[in-house]
Design a protein around this ligand. Structure first.
Ligand code: SF4
Length: 347
């Protein structure tokens, strides 16, 4: 009786039945196991008291409940925690817990490295290495519980860590479903956000597979093609094609797309850029997250002045666009957007 090579943490309750049956355990144990892992957040088989000893033993021996381990945890002065996630092949990624009053948002990684190569991003500087498995992705959420403060409860998950989520489509969608499963963590579908730099085929597939239910964020960062090519070097789709794909997306009523726009000094932060952005976004319902660039050692780019950020924001607001200024969280521990590395920082 063994579970070697089984992706147990990302299996849904029906798949678990098959996995357990193949290992000689009755199907009704699947719901119990799913409840321990996803509703109670317990990964220690010894604590799964209603499971029989042989099943607990098989879970322990095959190590299926620990596809990843927690490494170093750095805590920012603002309470943000960056958690190093150790993978079995010796590589690492990072996940970030961001508290906001009662809410706790977790930013998770979907790949080791990234091929998109955003000019301002540390994560993509070493290129793409591999996709994370679905168990490695959900393992970040389950293992990070040990770093919660008393009383904290996870309310939001964003696929905005290392990697382009839609380049790892199947595993990301699998994890999205598990996170929203009513028998498990039961997160609201509008609070589990899949972010993409603009993979058209992935956006279309998401629309079909999840019927538009996934909250979708687009990392645009530019309002004209030349600037976009300069900032998001590895993405072929034009801005016009991305907007057209969003218009086709079956967005539920009263929902909006989130547009991520990193403001970079003298690159995409002028009044003219703001006006172009207004025109570009005109056909779709959006809220815009503005984020002044988080400077880091691997890029010469800089954030605009506070006055420039304010002026840019005002142009959008004056045209009726909802704008959220993303606070810089955790930049003293390199945990802010675009600062995750997934390698030891001395590299
Ligand atoms: S910002 Fe995201 S998509 Fe761009 S290089 Fe970094 S990880 Fe990849």
């Amino acid at each position: 009786m063994t579970f070697h090579d089984v992706q147990l943490l990302s299996a849904d309750a029906d798949e678990l039945k098959t996995v357990l049956a193949d290992a000689g355990f009755p199907a009704f144990r699947a719901a119990q196991l799913f409840n321990w892992v996803h509703a109670k957040g317990i990964l220690n088989a010894d604590r799964m008291t209603n499971l029989p000893e042989p099943l607990r033993q098989a879970l322990k021996e095959s190590r299926v409940l620990e596809p990843v381990r927690v490494g170093e945890i750095l805590t920012s002065t603002d309470g943000t925690r960056k958690i190093e996630i150790l993978l079995r092949d010796g590589r690492t990624v990072e996940t970030v817990l961001i508290p906001d009053g009662e809410k706790l948002t977790q930013c998770i990684s979907s790949q080791v490295g990234c091929s998109v190569g955003c000019e301002f991003c540390r994560s993509g500087k070493f290129g793409y290495v591999r996709n994370l498995t679905a168990d490695e992705i959900i393992g970040q959420v389950l293992m990070a519980r040990d770093a919660y403060y008393p009383g904290e409860q996870l309310t939001n998950v964003v696929f905005m860590g290392i990697g382009e989520p839609l380049h790892n489509y199947d595993n990301v969608v699998r994890v999205w479903r598990i996170l929203c499963d009513a028998a498990g963590l039961n997160l609201s579908s509008r609070k589990v956000t899949i972010s993409t730099a603009g993979i058209i085929s992935g956006i279309e597939k998401l629309g079909r597979d999840l019927n538009g239910k996934a909250a979708l964020a687009i990392s645009l960062h530019a309002a004209d093609e030349a600037t976009r090519q300069r900032l998001v070097t590895g993405m072929k789709a034009s801005l016009a094609d991305i907007i057209a794909a969003l218009r086709r997306y079956p967005l539920p009523k009263r929902r909006r797309f989130t547009i991520e726009y990193v403001l970079v000094k003298d690159v995409n932060d002028s009044d003219d850029d703001a006006r172009k952005l207004v025109r570009l976004l005109n056909p779709i319902p959006v809220k815009v997250n503005l984020l002044p660039l988080n400077p880091h050692d691997l890029s010469a780019m800089a954030p605009p002045s506070d006055e420039r950020v304010e002026a840019f924001q005002q142009i959008l607001v004056s045209k009726g666009i909802s704008v959220f200024m993303r606070k810089r969280r955790g930049d003293d521990i390199n945990a802010a957007c675009g600062q995750l590395l997934g390698q030891k920082d001395e590299k």
